[in-house]
Every structure is written in C-alpha cells, then in structure tokens.
Design a protein around this ligand. Structure first.
Ligand code: EPU
Length: 419
C-alpha cells in the first residue's frame, strides 16, 4: 500500500498549472456514447477517468488515450455494443451510473449496476430514476441492477426535481438530448461542469437553453457526429491550491491554466477569510496571508460554496483567528477528515451537521488515514503546514482525482514523496 510522506512547514514558491476537470470529463465521457467520433482535450490523467474509459471499452466503444497530450479519442463503431454497466466498474466509480441516460436514449435499454453507498454518504440515485421514468422509461431494480427500457424511445416532458442533484441533472440531460419533442428540466444543478456538458451536447446537435435552474432541451435530428471538445479546468483543484498558497506561499504563487470567468461564486469565501488574490486572464495570483479571519459558512449547490472544498477549507480555518463554523449540507457523512485533523492538533468539534473550528492552532505531523478524495487532500494540506513529518495512508483516494499532485507541489519546493 502506497503512502505519502510530507515534511511540513516548507514555504512554497513557483507556479502551479491546473488540470482539466474530472467532474466535467466524466459526464462528457458518458455523453460520448451518443457520438460517432469524439476527441476530448485537457482530460486529467486520474484513476476515475481511466475507470470510465474502461467502462466505455466494456460497452464496446474504441478508446485511445494520448497521455502526453491529455487527449482521449473515442469511436463508436456501432457493432457489438453492450448496454450493460457491470458492478465491478460502477462500484469503484459512482459516475459510471451516468451511462444509463446515454445508453437508454440511444439503444432503448440499459442494465446498469446500482452504485451503492460510499464513504461520504448513502448517495442514492432515486432522482436519476425519477427523471428517466418521467421521460417514459420502464425501470425495475433486480439483483443490484437498474433495468431500464424504452422500446419506442423516450418522450420529452416537464421534470421538476424535488431537490438539486448534479448527477441526476446530467443523466436527465443525456437522456432528454435524444427524446422526442421538448423536455423542460426544473430545479437543476447549474455547476460549471453541467454547462460544459451542455456545450458538448450542443456540438452533438441538441438545442439546449438554460435560464436560472431551468434547462430546456429540444429534439434535433442527429446525423453523423464527429466532434472535438476541450474540457474546462478543475475548479476544485484550483481551490485546493489557492488554499495551499494562502497558507504557505513564500511571497505569492501564480496558479494558471484557468478561466476566472467560469467560476462565479455567490460569495467570495476566501477573500472574506482574508486571502488576497489578483485575477488575470488565465491565471490567479495568491498572496500568503498570516492573519486569517474566522468565517461561518454552509456548503451548497453551485453557486454556493462547494462541498468538494469543505475539507480543504477546514484546514485553512485551523489557522484563522476565532471559532469558524462550517455546516455540511450536501452529504451526511463528509467530516471523516476531522478525527485525523484532530490527531494532528486541530481543535474541531462537530455538533449535528456543523463543525466548529477553533484557531489558530499549531499542527504537528502524525500518521493519518485518508478516507475519500477530498478528505485525503485536506490531510496533504495539513501535512504541508504541520511541524515535523506526516505520513498519509490509503492515498489511492488521491489518485482518483488529483493529477500529478506530488509533482505540482514538489515543483513549488514542497517536501513530499510517495513510498
Ligand atoms: N441525491 C439523492 N438522490 C439522487 C441523487 C443525489 O438523494 O438521486 C443526494 C445525494 O445523496 C447528496 C445530494 O443529493 O446528498 C447531492 O448529490 P449530487 O447528485 O449532486 O452529487 P453527485 O452527482 O453524486 C457530484 C460530484 C461530487 C460532488 C457532488 C456535489 C461528480 C462525478 N461527482 O456528485 O464530487 O461532491 O456532485 O457537488 O461530478 C468529488 O469530486 O470528490 C465528488 C464527490
């Protein structure tokens, strides 16, 4: 089992380049089932992407990853297509369930494993199935699989999601993109990754309009489709390195390969804490800040503060003055990093859905256990600011979503190695 060893308290200096978004690439890969030929640029070379590509191969698509250029080429030869997404692939990467919408709308049937729970919560897919049923699919659950059928194709309708879900919005978009007539999706997730998927589906010939949380999809005749698409940057990776820079930059760090216009938040949380930043056309400059301010915040769907940055923000707040509060409102079990951070000296208490973080506290290195992707990277951040050595176990979680993490940090003079 691989581990990361970090010698903390090293100042960071240099430049960090942000990779393509994992959470944008995954639904776009699922959408590639709808195309004849796709060339995807700026894909991150991380485990979840390789698992999704393996799933596309299993289904019968031909894929080629050009690693040096971060490109995937996909061809749908239309022969020997399987509409099955097996348990062994979906259980390791929940986004596998997104092939359901594409397979069903294109081939009229799909058998997709139910993903099951994961470390951060039970994560059901009832909203995905609710949308597909509204579009006319017949759905049964049998032996841990979703059996979906639409013999005469799907039919456009109005779907009002009872609560906001990124994955359910994506699956509904995929399915509706080839449904007959007009579909109106209400109370949708509107993350930049959803917008990227819409741009991709439009290139495939769909007419899609977005206004607030309502998305309208009109059926179009789709012929031979050969498209190229460049995936947007990873805004969660950006947030993670912004936090690292605010804590440890020798002076300032430039983070590039981003588009500041894409990521428009309701509140500028990092600025409120006292982080100084300067936006440029395709980069952002972060200055180190020694006097961070406390904050009270809840995680929310976009444009609110993302749950995927909650663990990293918590590490930052261990260094802020006063008691900060973070309420986790998206997932029911996303404070798994707290006991590990406490072992490193953080003063954090959890009451119901809220973590109370008392700062500033000196962190000291310890041997800790990573539990999910974002919890793992929060331990890396904690290790970087802690005194002495931190050993992080179970780092395969990190490899699911952070491209070249050690390389990027080492380039900025961090002392981090994998054994
Ligand atoms: N939910 C339901 N029923 C459903 C679907 C969702 O109750 O049918 C609940 C979930 O259990 C959760 C909430 O709704 O409590 C929101 O879940 P959502 O469907 O929005 O999340 P997701 O699509 O499963 C994506 C990201 C996550 C990210 C969340 C929230 C991908 C591949 N995953 O998951 O990313 O945390 O949206 O923004 O896009 C990560 O990258 O580390 C990660 C977990």
């Amino acid at each position: 089992m691989q581990k990361l060893i970090i010698k903390g308290k090293k100042e960071l200096t240099g430049k960090i380049s942000i990779s393509g978004s994992k959470n944008s690439t995954l639904p776009i890969l699922a959408a590639s089932i709808l195309a004849d030929q796709v060339r995807l640029k700026n894909i991150p070379l991380v485990k979840d992407i390789f698992t999704m590509v393996e799933l596309l191969n299993y289904i019968g698509l031909k894929t080629k990853i050009i690693k040096k250029k971060n490109i995937i080429e996909i061809k749908n030869k239309k022969k020997n297509i399987s509409t099955l997404a097996p348990y062994k692939l979906v259980k390791t990467m929940r986004a596998g369930v997104l092939v359901l919408g594409s397979l069903l709308t294109k081939y009229g049937k799909a058998k997709v494993s139910l993903p099951g729970g994961c470390a951060i919560g039970s994560r059901p897919v009832d909203l995905h199935l609710y949308a597909l049923k509204k579009l006319g699919a017949k759905i049964k659950i049998k032996d841990g699989y979703i059996l979906a059928e639409a013999k005469n194709g799907l039919k456009g309708t109005i779907i009002n999601f009872p609560s906001i879900s990124v994955g359910a919005t994506e699956n509904a978009l995929l399915a509706a993109s080839r449904a007959r007539g007009k579909t109106i999706l209400k109370n949708c997730a509107v993350e930049p990754e959803i917008k990227d998927l819409i741009i991709f589906l439009k290139k495939l010939g769909s007419s899609i309009y977005m206004k607030g949380r309502t998305i309208t999809i009109l059926q179009n005749k789709i012929n031979n489709t050969k498209i190229t698409h460049e995936v947007i940057f990873d805004r969660i990776e950006l947030g993670t390195y912004m936090i690292a820079s605010a804590l440890l930059a020798k002076n300032k760090i430039e983070i590039d390969k981003i588009n500041p216009k894409i990521n428009k938040r309701k509140k500028d949380v990092l600025r409120k804490i006292g982080i100084q930043k300067k936006k440029k056309k395709s980069s952002i400059i972060i200055k180190r800040n020694k006097k961070l301010k406390k904050i009270t915040i809840s995680t929310e769907p976009y444009p609110g503060f993302p749950t995927d940055l909650q663990a990293q923000l918590m590490v930052l707040l261990t260094q802020a003055y006063g008691v900060s509060k973070i309420r986790e409102d998206i997932f029911e079990n996303r404070f798994m990093h707290v006991p590990e951070l406490k072992r490193m000296g953080a003063q954090i208490e959890i009451k119901n859905k809220t973590a109370f973080i008392n700062g500033p506290t000196k962190l000291t290195g310890a041997e800790v256990m990573a539990t999910d992707l974002r919890a793992s990277v929060s331990l890396v951040l904690a290790g970087l600011i802690a005194e002495n050595r931190t050993i992080i176990n179970r780092i395969y979680h990190l490899d699911r979503g952070y491209e070249f993490l050690e390389r990027k940090l080492k380039n900025c003079k961090a002392e981090i190695k994998r054994i």
